[in-house]
Design a binder for this molecule. Structure first.
Ligand code: PLP
Length: 718
């Protein structure tokens, strides 16, 4: 059925360890701590310098180090265990999906997303949406769900962040070196790149395809940087999310229309099409046009494709939804709507919306009309979405608007610290990693001795401090940095002090500066000699979001103040690597969104399964996860009508809980062994309750049972 291949480059490696080569081209290695160690152990310094990218690593590593590994019996033992596990994983017939949904696995599920956060060495993500897509693919692979994913090859990815002495965010765009990435060309039977074409008003854009193998799941990447295209088109897939609307529309046409054509060119006939966010909604039009071309009306074709189409919305505010002025849609689609068998007015009616600034075509409306099953990403976000789109179903009460919710989760094997996993191996069932969503199984976390758990937590605290200081040192060596920036970068961190982490996109609604509202009170907290507190911040603002950049600047100017004693820290260039260190190595994970703006949030889920205690506004996932004993809430389960009052109330709640509850509990130690018994009770409760509920294992099973299976079986939707 499939007429393509993706040759895997070979390395010249010593025979006994030759499989390190093909392992490097399947991201499976990235969520197997033991596989990571196979590379790292050969040359730990080079491993760090290669951004944990095994392809680059194997290209640079010295022969003598490879030879040493190939002759080390202990190393070889580990190597054979990992390779055997890899082969079993790839070749097994026994997967959850095959057992539960034998009929579902016959045809693939196409999954479209503009970003995929798979690994720090593949900068194809901006933030939460991308990391969610990446975790979705990894879990689908683990469960044996036959996903085939479609996205973009961004040659520059998302920008790298530097902070100037005055706290201003600078964006650095680096070119991805394809030759040293785990990105494979997709070639046809003639050994030439597979090319698809997409029409634009006055031209045709060519795109070629690349592939990343994520366990059992292939991810196909569309790339317009090919020869017949004009320079401007070659840049179409250079970066994520252009601010220029017309460029963005062109990108979304390439993703939706081009994505369908790509899968067809490769021979795929998916049973289910999942649009992760509205960016890819044009894919539905392209599928309608396929049917209309075969003879049939637009209405009949729409009904037919709807059955197999799924839409996940992530945006809780109307203005955040992707939309384009009607005139622009007219320019780009007047040649296209005849292929759908409809006229201009019928076409516009699919997604028309009146905004204060003009008439627009809304990608979310288009997606909602073309999908039989839609969902938001947390309970509260489901409610908000039903209300927001209630006007589309005027004959239904708002509770019956057909948008359900599936709360986001995270891929445990990607995000849990290896040391903690080893500890769980001792106290949970032997096969615990294959039943992560089984809540009762996690009750045994209570049996873990406090000392053992504390040892792991402290190890992770130290690891984070070492990581932060090393980055600060490299920044100093790099030059062009004022000494106070090295203090701001965290050289004065103390691994044995209560550490609060805040890592996420700097958008104003996330209210990163909430704890600065009462500076004196904050300074007293930080500098309490007996019970000090330190904060680590990290995160990027979108390059076009000046208010977001100003939040970083205000914070950074404050961080540099000497009276704070270096206890506020800003780590530059938040990415999956920084995120992993932070969600494993801090003690408390702080999140202060303005409710209900955090559709779900996932970084707190990563923290929670590592025993880092969440301290957050009851928004998104935390509103469901918080049980009074596994972390703390900021504010109440409600909202005030006045934003300023809400900020004041939330800031008060934040200070009070920190002063009266969090800080005392952390420093309350058992006099015999210096272990914080009350704290660890909460750590266990966090791991026990949050790891199963907010795993992608639970999430993907919900997608399979509520969305994929009924869509594949053409069951009527509600
Ligand atoms: C998990 C993650 C996010 C998502 O963060 P939230 O603010 O919780 O949505 C963003 N960026 C990176 C690098 C992440 O790892």
């Amino acid at each position: 059925m499939n007429h393509f291949h993706s040759p895997v480059p070979t390395f010249s490696l010593p025979k006994p360890i030759a499989r390190l080569g093909d392992l490097a081209y399947n991201l499976w290695w990235s969520w197997q701590p033991e596989a990571v160690r196979l590379y790292r152990d050969i040359d730990p310094v080079l491993w760090e310098r290669s951004s944990h990218n095994p392809v680059k690593f194997l290209q640079k590593v010295e022969r003598k180090n490879l030879n040493a590994a190939a002759q080390d019996n202990h190393y070889l033992e580990e190597y054979h265990a990992v390779i055997a596990a890899f082969d079993r994983y790839i070749n097994t017939d026994v997967t959850w999906a095959r057992v539960q949904y034998a009929d579902l696995i016959e045809r693939p599920i196409a999954y479209f997303s503009t970003e995929f956060g798979l690994h720090e060495a593949l900068p194809m993500y901006a933030g939460g949406l991308g990391v969610l897509s990446g975790d979705h693919l990894k879990e689908a692979s683990d469960l044996g769900l036959p996903l085939v994913a479609v996205g973009f090859l961004y040659r520059q990815g998302y920008f790298r962040q530097r902070i100037t002495e005055d706290g201003w965010q600078e964006a650095i765009n680096e070119n991805l070196n394809l030759a040293e990435s785990a990105i494979l060309p997709v070639l046809g039977a003639d050994n030439q790149p597979v090319i698809v074409q997409v029409g634009m008003p006055d031209r045709s854009v060519h795109a070629r395809l690349w592939r990343i193998q994520v366990g059992r799941v292939p991810l196909f990447l569309i790339d317009t940087d090919v020869a017949p295209n004009a320079a401007i088109d070659r840049e179409l897939t250079t970066r994520l999310y252009y601010s220029d609307l017309e460029r963005r529309l062109e990108q979304e046409i390439i993703l939706g229309v081009g994505g369908v054509r790509a899968l067809r060119a490769l021979g795929y006939a998916p049973a289910v099409w999942h649009m992760n966010e509205g960016h890819s909604a044009f894919s539905s039009l392209e599928r309608i046009s396929e049917l209309v071309a075969g003879g049939g009306t637009f209405e009949a074709a729409l009904q037919k494709i709807r059955g197999g189409t799924i839409f996940t919305t992530h945006t809780p505010v109307p203005a955040g939804h992707d939309m384009f002025p009607v005139w622009m849609i007219e320019k780009y689609f007047s040649n296209y709507w005849p292929s759908l068998g409809i006229d201009r007015d019928q076409f516009m009616a699919l997604a028309f919306q009146h905004e204060s600034w003009g008439d627009v075509f809304s990608m979310s409306l288009l997606a909602l009309r073309c999908a039989s099953r839609c969902n938001g990403v947390s309970e509260l976000h489901g409610q908000v979405s039903r209300k927001m789109f209630a006007h589309l179903w005027p004959d239904r009460p708002v509770e019956q608007v057909p948008i359900r919710s599936i709360t986001n989760g995270v891929h445990l094997n990607t995000w849990m610290a290896r040391r903690l996993g080893l500890l769980l191996d001792q106290y949970l069932d032997a096969d615990w990693r294959s039943c992560i969503d089984d809540r009762e199984m996690w009750d045994k976390v209570r049996d873990i001795p406090d000392e053992a758990l504390w040892e792991v937590r402290q190890h992770l605290n130290r690891k984070l401090a070492a990581f932060v200081r090393e980055r600060a040192r490299l920044q100093w060596i790099r030059g062009g940095t004022h000494p106070v920036q090295i203090v701001a970068a965290g050289v004065l961190l103390d691994p044995y002090m209560l550490t609060i982490g805040f890592g996420r996109r700097f958008a104003t609604y996330k209210r990163a500066a909430l704890m600065l509202r009462d500076v004196n009170r904050l300074v007293r907290l930080l500098n309490n000699p007996a019970r000090p507190v330190q904060f680590i911040f990290a995160g990027k603002a979108h390059p076009a979001d000046d208010p977001g950049k100003r939040v970083i600047q205000d914070l950074y100017r404050f961080i540099k103040e000497a009276n704070l004693g270096g206890r506020l820290v800003f780590i530059e260039d938040y990415d999956m690597n920084v995120a992993r260190h932070m969600v494993q190595g801090v003690d408390v994970w702080l999140n202060t969104p303005r409710r209900p703006m955090e559709a779900s949030g996932t970084s707190g889920e990563k923290a929670g399964l590592n025993g880092v205690l969440n301290f957050s506004v009851l928004d998104g996932w935390w509103r469901e996860g918080y049980n009074g004993e596994n972390g703390w809430a900021i504010g109440t389960d409600g909202v005030l009508s006045d934003a300023e009052e809400q900020d004041a109330a939330d800031a008060e709640s934040l200070y009070e809980t920190l002063e009266d509850t969090i800080v005392p509990l952390y420093y309350d130690r058992d006099s015999r062994n210096d272990v914080p018994v009350g704290w660890l009770r909460m750590v266990k409760e966090s791991i026990r309750t949050l790891a199963p509920m907010f795993s992608t294992s639970r999430m993907l099973k919900e997608y399979a049972s509520d969305m994929y299976a009924p869509a594949a079986r053409h069951e009527p939707a509600d």
